[in-house]
Design a protein around this ligand. Structure first.
Ligand code: NAD
Ligand code: IPM
Ligand code: MN
Length: 354
């Protein structure tokens, strides 16, 4: 197993270190090599996704990523921004299927900002399309145009999906639902946007191939509301890149913290990149207080999806459950009566539980 480790920026460095320690402790035959992605890569090479990283990522069986970005690089031209590196690697490796499981560990029922009865037992899978949509649409830009007789700045992006892009992510959602509670809710904005009318049509066309799975549709604004009103109505939610980005951050708070939400980004052959859903958290970077559990749980997803190693994957998840039951909490999930720890101590606790 060749794993490319991309710590990235900010807390990315701190949290991947803990996930790497956990992976190493499993005693599996694994080669790990680190490379630069994001702001650190811009600083070193001027390119957020340098050649050397591309080579390593392409040759690897799986990639573990921390997070990229930060205020230091926010003023750079768009092509040089750290986030471009992340979008570049997703696109280059065709990682179109982004799985974001929002699962509430019972010990964290009080860490959520929602009432425990609303979130207890929560287990949702958000399937987000990751290589299309307005994120990658052309034309795009900011330029000067004359509008209503006035020369002014004008910004524009293009939302787009082809039916084959929709079909392949739809299949991922239906297949995933088959291994769960057999319900897919497809999220769109078909009342306004043509792209998402096509999205709904293609989902409906796919449905007869999965007669054992119930397909429903919901408009994205309602879905955002339903997620905090009654999140347990959902099993698998499938949606485009943009809506999925927003809804998954929202869903993370149902699990107590964005520091708990892992993800897998897969191509058609289950080569994957694994990363927490959160960002580089500049406000707490370098302080050793970030929650590493989303990244550690992403490493478990790596073992499951890229290597079909279900047993060690579950071992990691069981260890995470155990440290939460023992009362260990980073600041983001802390509550009175629990044991406040930093990033490294949380990693230590998971290793001990393993
Ligand atoms: P963020 O997710 O980095 O942080 C949002 C809030 O959540 C902050 O208060 C942060 O402290 C907290 N938080 C996030 N992860 C945490 C963790 N593991 N433990 C404890 N608290 C945590 O989002 P942002 O502030 O909007 O973005 C910061 C930078 O990260 C931006 O440059 C953005 O582009 C980038 N970003 C990168 C990724 C990625 O690499 N996948 C994802 C999202 C944002
Ligand atoms: C995420 C992030 C990225 C996205 C950014 C950093 C490009 O928010 O992984 O959710 O929007 O996909
Ligand atoms: Mn996001």
């Amino acid at each position: 197993m060749k794993i490319c480790v991309l710590p990235g920026d900010g807390i990315g460095v701190e949290i991947t270190a803990e996930a790497v320690r956990v992976l190493k402790a499993l005693g599996l035959k694994m080669e790990m090599e680190q490379a630069l992605l994001g702001g650190c890569a811009v600083d070193a090479t001027g390119n957020p996704y340098p050649e050397a990283t591309q080579k390593l990522a392409q040759a690897a069986d799986a990639i573990l990523l921390g997070a990229v970005g930060g205020p230091k690089w926010d003023a750079l031209p768009r092509e040089q921004r750290p986030e471009r590196g992340l979008l570049g690697i997703r696109k280059q490796l065709n990682l179109f299927a982004n799985l974001r499981p929002a699962v509430l560990y019972p010990e964290l029922a009080n860490a959520s900002t929602l009432k425990p009865e609303v979130v207890s037992g929560l287990d949702i899978l958000i399937v987000r399309e990751l290589t299309g949509d307005i994120y990658f649409g052309q034309p795009r830009g900011i330029e000067t145009r004359t509008i209503d007789g006035v020369a002014q700045r004008y910004g524009y992006n293009t939302m787009h999906y082809s039916e084959s892009e929709i079909r392949r992510i739809g299949r991922v959602a239906f297949e995933a639902a088959r291994k769960r509670n057999r319900k897919v809710c497809s999220i769109d904005k078909m009342n306004v946007l043509e792209t998402t009318q096509l999205w709904r049509d293609v989902m409906n066309e796919l449905a007869p191939e999965y007669p054992d799975v119930e397909l429903t549709h919901m408009l994205v604004d309602n879905a955002a509301m339903q997620l905090v009103r009654a999140p347990k109505q959902f099993d698998v939610m499938v949606t485009g890149n943009m809506f999925g980005d927003i809804l998954s951050d929202e869903a993370s708070m149902l699990t107590g913290s964005i520091g708990m939400l892992p993800s897998a980004s897969l191509d058609e052959h289950n080569k994957g990149m694994y990363e927490p859903c959160h960002g580089s958290a500049p406000d707490i970077a370098g302080k050793g207080v970030a929650n590493p559990l989303a990244t550690i749980l992403s490493a478990a997803m790596m073992l499951r999806y890229s290597f079909a190693l279900e047993e060690p994957a579950q071992k990691i998840e069981t260890a995470v459950k155990k440290v939460l039951a023992q009362g260990y909490r980073t600041g983001d999930i802390y509550e009175a009566g629990t044991i406040r720890v930093g990033t490294k101590e949380m990693g230590d606790a998971v290793l001990a539980a393993l």
